[in-house]
Ligand binder design. Structure first.
Ligand SMILES: C[S@@+](CC[C@H](N)C(=O)[O-])C[C@H]1O[C@@H](n2cnc3c(N)ncnc32)[C@H](O)[C@@H]1O
Length: 322
């Protein structure tokens, strides 16, 4: 069996017998007015964060959801789009497709606004999405891509890029590792399937997204996810995994490199009313301007005495008030 087949077999098992708390972090589930989540669907929350960002889902986007699980996030996306076929959910595991279908039928009984036609579940996998080029506004996946080995992750990211419309968004939540995971754990197929040993470091993960062509990445959340303790996992030191929620945009990569927004700001503290770096950034004196990490580094180097750069908050959502 390949590691992908091991993963598929594992998810077939947990589709039939839910494993509560398999991947999720202890955070309040996303509450939305008038949305009721059926209990079996809650029990099958196998995501490690959220890919559903309510303030960014205007205009009834078409969403491709890869790895449907119990259907929780597909339902949450449907909440915003509310039209037949708005959400296409791709899932290779038959038992998971069946479980999601059952859960969504239950959701239709509990939510008067919801109709099962809003979500179409299609067989398929992350490497061959059954969707045309440039067909969707949003592609979301939660706690799936971390299972893939780097070469397969590259394939999945390129496939995501293919099906997104120009300007479209890749909305992901995945574990990342605070230091490289040793080979003996990476090769453990079961640990990989349960999202504990395939995680890349933040730098490796973001670089593969950029390599697939995405010109802008925004980090929505970063929090502790699991601890691989040294006794259980035969490690020299405990190894912390984090969960990273990100949105990557299908826009051109600027000549000087992709923009990654992690919540940094630049603040001008010189004598003038504003500072213009002649490269598109105007800083008003004393007022923080949200900047990507690349610009933050450039501005900080340019005038270290006059421009203060604040740390990453890891909660970037556009920001700015004026
Ligand atoms: C960790 S679960 C996450 C489920 C769901 N996203 C959630 O948040 O609850 C991973 C899901 O991806 C599916 N999956 C496994 N291999 C896949 C592949 N190669 N392509 C697409 N989905 C896959 C699994 O069957 C499972 O439904």
């Amino acid at each position: 069996m390949t590691y992908l087949e091991t993963a598929a077999q594992f998810y077939s098992e947990v589709a039939q017998t839910p494993e509560v708390g398999l991947c999720c972090v202890q955070s309040t589930p996303l509450q939305l007015p008038g949305l009721k989540i059926p209990l079996p669907m809650q029990e099958m929350n196998y995501g490690c964060g959220t890919t559903v960002h309510p303030t960014e889902l205007a205009n009834q986007p078409t969403v491709l959801y890869v790895g449907v699980g119990g259907g929780l996030e597909a339902l949450q996306f449907a909440y915003f789009s509310r039209r037949p076929g708005a959400v296409i959910a791709v899932e290779p595991v038959a038992a998971m497709r069946e479980a999601a279908t059952r859960n969504l039928e239950m959701a239709a009984q509990q939510n008067p606004w919801f109709d099962t036609s809003f979500i179409e579940i299609r067989p398929g996998d992350a490497f061959n999405l059954p969707v045309d080029d440039a067909a969707v506004n949003v592609l979301a996946q939660n706690c799936l891509f971390n299972i893939f080995e780097p070469a397969d992750l590259t394939r999945a990211l390129k496939e995501a890029y293919r099906v997104l419309k120009p300007g479209g968004r890749l909305q992901m939540s995945d574990p990342i590792a605070t230091s490289p995971i040793p080979t003996h754990l990476q090769q453990d197929e079961r640990l990989r399937a349960i999202c504990l040993s395939g995680a890349l470091t933040y730098q490796e993960y973001t670089q593969l997204i950029i390599n697939a062509g995405f010109g802008q990445i925004e980090i929505r959340a970063r929090r502790p996810y699991r601890l691989l303790d040294k006794q259980t996992y035969q490690l020299a030191e405990n190894l912390l995994l984090e969960s990273l929620d990100s949105v990557s945009f299908k826009v051109d990569i600027p000549e000087d490199g992709a923009c990654i927004f992690t919540g940094k700001t630049a603040i001008y503290a010189g004598q003038e009313a504003f500072f213009n770096d002649q490269a598109g950034h105007i800083l008003q004196r004393g007022i923080p301007a949200a900047v990507c990490d690349k610009t933050a580094a450039k501005l900080g180097d340019l005038k270290p005495e006059e421009i203060m750069v604040t740390d990453s908050t890891w909660h970037y959502d556009g920001g700015g008030c004026c």
